[in-house]
Design a binder for this molecule. Structure first.
Ligand code: DX5
Ligand code: ZN
Length: 235
């Protein structure tokens, strides 16, 4: 099973993708920053939704997603860090999400919540916090389009990569290979020059990058070009 990119359906594992996280963007210029990422060659846009309950921080919800949906056709990869996501899936679908990722920790009826996302015509993602074992994915791993490995405790951008995440990525890669799944493995948190190689070697195919792409050191386009160059050399 493959995720849709803008043009055509392709095997998710066929190339490495960069998904800039707009959590680190300048919110006063959010639309512009999404455009800069799209024009700079971002593959997806990673949208971090936080509710102030499941995670301590509070970001934005469907109205803001709907507002930026108009500025690009890139895939919107919506990461829901909210309690009871099943109650608001329809609103994220209406706002223009293409893929919705939910946390195993927030879904008492995980199988049903994923079914709800799939039945709405979207791609499904499942994720787990750093302290949640990979075994929590076992009942659903065969039916999702993407597994997201949180490599920091969710809440803020700019945190350091938790080294144990690498073992989780390789365990998930082995499990997906064993069942013949082409689901993506996305890694979220602390992905930058120092950790990128390790993450790719372990089997990641989508890199969420927040502070590495949106920062004061260089433009969004220059940062994207830099990381694309590193990935091209590596793969
Ligand atoms: C963390 C978010 C991440 C975050 C990544 O709670 O889910 O997407 O923005 O930011 P960096 O790349 O700065 O670690
Ligand atoms: Zn995220």
């Amino acid at each position: 099973m493959g995720l849709l990119n803008t043009e055509s359906e392709e095997s998710l594992a066929s190339s490495v993708k960069i998904a800039p996280s707009i959590l680190s963007a300048d919110f006063a210029r959010l639309g512009e920053q999404v455009c800069e990422a799209a024009e700079g060659g971002a593959d997806w846009i990673h949208v971090d939704v936080m509710d102030g309950h499941f995670v301590p921080n509070l970001t934005f919800g469907p109205p803001v997603i709907k507002a930026i949906r108009g500025v690009t056709d890139l895939m919107f990869d919506v990461h829901l860090m909210i309690e009871r996501p099943d109650l608001s899936i329809a609103q994220y679908v209406a706002a223009g999400a293409d893929l919705i990722t939910v946390h195993v920790e927030t879904c008492p009826h995980l199988h049903r919540t994923l079914q709800q996302i799939r039945e709405a015509g979207l791609k499904t993602g499942v994720t787990l916090n750093p302290a949640t074992p990979v075994s929590a994915l076992e009942p659903v791993i065969g039916e999702v389009d993407l597994v997201l490995v949180m490599s920091v405790n969710p809440g803020w951008g700019g945190q350091s990569y938790i080294p144990y995440s690498t073992k989780k990525i390789s365990d998930i890669r082995a499990r997906l290979d064993a069942i013949g799944s082409e689901a993506e493995i996305e890694v979220d948190g602390g992905v930058n020059e120092s950790t990128l190689r390790e993450v790719l070697d372990a089997g990641a195919t989508v890199l969420v990058m927040g502070s590495a792409i949106f920062n004061d050191k260089a433009s969004v386009a220059d940062n994207l070009a830099k990381y694309k160059g590193i990935i091209d050399k590596q793969t």
